[in-house]
Design a protein. Structure first.
Length: 549
C-alpha cells in the first residue's frame, strides 16, 4: 500500500505503539523514537502517553563564549565524515534535515514535517519555508534536498558512508538514486520513493555525515562554509582549535544560537589533560568524560550529565588484511578462538570501570527495539586453544592495535591479557590519535569505538554489510545481507526481533567481533553552562548552548 495520510492524521502504527506503552510492553523512550520517526511531533507523542513534553530552560543569556574540550580532526566532505566531532563543528553552519535528541525523539529542523506511507516505501518530505543560504543565493528548496540525497546514493565515492544508509534508494549500479526515486512535487516538497520498504530513512538523515550542503558544493567545509546555520567558521587548525562566531550578516530561521563565539579546543586524548584544562579555567565543558575522570570532574563541582546509549567498543579482526602475505583472520576458527578466550565482564570492569553493561558479541543493544536475547557468549580458553591449533595458528603472534587514550587502551590491554592467559601469543601496539584515525578500518586486529544508533539494523548496515565504507571486519556475506535487508523492511519491532535472532546468532557464530560492553556516556560542564547535556551519539547541538542569565 502506498497511500499517504493527511498531515493531521497519525500513522496507524503510532496508536498501536501507544497501547503497547500503556500495557507495559514498550518503554517510553522506544515509543518516542518510533512515533517521531513516523512523523508525529514530540509534543503529540508525549501527549499520547498522557505526559507533557519537558520544558526547556528559559534563563538563557544572549552573547558570550563557551570553550569545549574536543578533538579537532581534519575536515572532510560531510558524507565521508567518520567521527561525531566533525559534525559538532560544522553544525554551526551546515544544518540537518532532522535532529535526534537525547530523549529519543526525532525533531524536524530543515524539514518542517514528513509523512511515511504504511509500508515505508515512500516518504513525503516538507521543507521548512524561509530557510536561507548564508551566501545570499536564496532559499533552501526541494531541489537542494534532492541534490543531497543523490550525493548520498553514490556508493562509488570512497568513504561515503551515507551510501550504506541509502541502499533502498540506490540504483542497481550503486552510483546514484534509482530512476524516479526523487520526485520534486513543488519548491518545498520532495517525495522519496524507495525500491523496498525501509524504516531507517529518517534516523539516517539525522546522522553527522548527513549535513545539508548547497548544489555545486566544493567539498571543503573550511574553504567553502556555505550553509543555512547561524554561525560562521572563522578558524580551523587540525589538532589545535576550531572557532565558530555568530553570523551577523545572515538571517537565520531558527530559535537559539545564543552565543557570540564557540571554541573547540584540542587537548589530546589523555583525560588528565582535560582535567588540567578545567582546573586552569581554559575550558567550560567536555565533549565526553570517561573512566576515572568522571569522579574527578564531579569532585571539581562541575555539572554532570549521563545519556542512555548503544555506544560501544568492538575488538575486531579484519579478514581481508594481510600480514606477511597471508590473511590470518580469514579462517573462521581463528576468529571463534579469540572470542572463546575472552570474558566480556572482565573487559567492562578493567576497561571502563563497570560504567556500562556487558555486551554479547553481535552489536545489537538491549535498548534497540528489535534486540533479541540470545544469551551471553561462553568463555572457554581450552576450546580456544584447540581451535587455534586446529587452524595451525597456535604459535602465531597476534598484534592488537589501539589508540593511546584511557578506556580504549585499557580495554584492549585487558583483552591482550586474557588472550595470553588462554595460551595465545599477543603483541600490543598503541598509537597516537592522528596515526590511528588515519587507518582505523584497515588494521588486521584492533579496537574501535562505535556510536549509538536508534535502531539495531542501522548500525549493522553501516558496519557489516558487504562493501560499505565503514565495514572494518571484511565480512561479505550474501546470506547476512539478505537477512538484514529483510529485517530493515519490517516496521513492527516484535516481528523484526524474530529476524534478529538469526542475524545476531550469525555474527556471533562467525566470530565477526568481540564486543565487550555497552557504555554509558558522560559529559561535564562548569556551573552556568546551559544546553551541554550528554547525548547518545556525543552530538553537541550548538544552537542550544548558552550561558545562564
Amino acid at each position: 500500500m502506498s497511500v499517504f495520510f493527511n498531515k493531521d492524521a497519525i500513522h496507524p502504527a503510532v496508536h498501536m505503539h501507544a497501547q503497547e506503552v500503556a500495557a507495559g510492553k514498550l518503554s517510553r523512550r522506544e515509543f518516542l523514537t518510533r512515533a517521531t520517526a513516523l512523523g508525529v511531533t514530540a509534543t503529540t507523542a508525549y501527549g499520547l502517553m498522557g505526559m507533557a513534553q519537558p520544558a526547556r530552560a528559559m534563563n538563557m543569556a544572549k552573547g558570550g563564549t563557551i570553550r569545549i574540550q574536543q578533538d579537532v580532526r581534519a575536515l572532510l566532505d560531510p558524507p565521508t565524515f567518520n567521527w561525531p566531532q566533525l559534525g559538532n563543528v560544522v553544525r554551526g553552519f551546515l544544518e540537518y534535515l532532522v535532529q535526534y535528541n537525547a530523549d529519543g525523539t526525532f525533531e524536524p529542523r530543515l524539514l518542517e514535517s514528513w509523512e511515511v506511507n504504511e509500508d515505508a516505501t515512500e516518504y513525503l518530505l516538507k521543507i521548512r519555508p524561509g530557510v536561507k543560504w548564508n551566501d545570499g543565493r536564496g532559499e533552501l528548496t526541494a531541489k537542494d534536498v534532492a541534490y543531497n540525497f543523490a550525493r548520498w546514493c553514490d556508493g562509488t565515492w570512497e568513504g561515503n558512508s551515507m551510501a550504506a544508509r541509502m541502499g533502498s534508494l540506490q540504483n542497481e549500479a550503486g552510483d546514484g538514486p534509482v530512476e524516479g526515486g526523487l520526485e520534486i512535487i513543488d519548491d518545498l516538497t520532495l517525495k522519496v520513493k524507495l525500491t523496498r520498504p525501509d524504516i531507517t530513512i529518517i534516523p539516517a538523515v539525522t546522522e553527522y555525515p548527513a549535513a545539508i550542503v548547497p548544489e555545486g558544493w566544493s567539498g571543503d567545509p573550511a574553504a567553502d562554509p556555505v550553509g543555512t546555520g547561524p554561525y560562521k567558521l572563522v578558524e580551523y587548525e587540525v589538532g589545535v582549535k576550531a572557532v565558530l562566531e555568530r553570523n551577523t550578516e545572515h538571517e537565520w530561521w531558527g530559535e537559539g544560537a545564543y552565543l557570540d563565539r564557540i571554541e573547540f579546543i584540542d587537548f589530546g586524548t589523555d583525560g588528565a589533560a582535560h582535567v588540567a584544562a578545567a582546573e586552569a579555567e581554559e575550558v567550560d565543558m567536555t565533549y565526553e568524560t570517561v573512566g576515572e575522570f568522571v569522579e574527578i570532574f564531579e569532585a571539581l563541582g562541575w555539572q554532570q550529565s549521563e545519556s542512555v546509549s548503544a555506544n560501544t567498543l568492538v575488538l575486531r579482526t579484519n579478514r581481508l588484511s594481510e600480514v606477511d602475505g597471508k590473511r590470518p583472520y580469514e579462517d573462521k576458527r581463528v576468529r571463534q578462538a579469540l572470542a572463546l578466550a575472552v570474558d566480556n565482564a572482565v573487559l567492562l570492569e578493567l576497561g571502563y570501570a563497570n560504567r556500562g553493561t556487558v555486551a554479547e558479541n553481535h552489536h545489537v543493544c538491549p535498548i534497540h527495539p528489535e534486540y533479541a536475547d540470545i544469551g551471553a557468549p561462553v568463555r572457554d580458553p581450552e576450546a580456544a586453544r584447540a581451535l587455534m591449533e586446529e587452524a595451525g595458528m597456535l604459535d602465531y603472534e597476534h598484534e592488537i592495535v589501539s589508540i593511546d587514550d584511557d578506556w580504549r587502551r585499557n580495554t584492549t590491554d585487558a583483552l591482550a591479557a586474557q588472550l595470553r592467559d588462554a595460551g595465545l601469543k599477543v603483541r600490543r601496539t598503541v598509537l597516537p590519535g592522528a596515526t590511528f584515525w588515519n587507518d582505523w578500518n584497515n588494521f588486521p586486529f584492533s579496537s574501535t569505538d562505535w556510536g549509538h544508533r536508534p535502531l539495531g539494523v542501522q548500525v549493522l548496515t553501516l558496519a557489516y554489510k558487504s562493501g560499505v565504507a565503514w565495514n572494518e571486519t571484511g565480512l561479505a556475506s550474501e546470506e547476512f545481507d539478505t537477512m538484514l535487508e529483510e529485517a530493515s523492511a519490517i516496521a513492527d519491532a516484535d516481528t523484526r526481533r524474530e529476524h534478529m535472532v538469526k542475524i545476531q546468532e550469525f555474527l556471533r557464530d562467525d566470530g565477526t567481533i568481540i564486543q565487550p560492553y555497552w557504555r554509558s556516556l558522560y559529559r561535564h560542564a562548569r556551573p552556568g553552562i546551559l544546553g551541554a547535556d550528554s547525548h547518545p551519539i556525543n552530538e553537541i547541538h550548538v544552537h542550544k548552548l548558552a550561558l545562564e542569565a
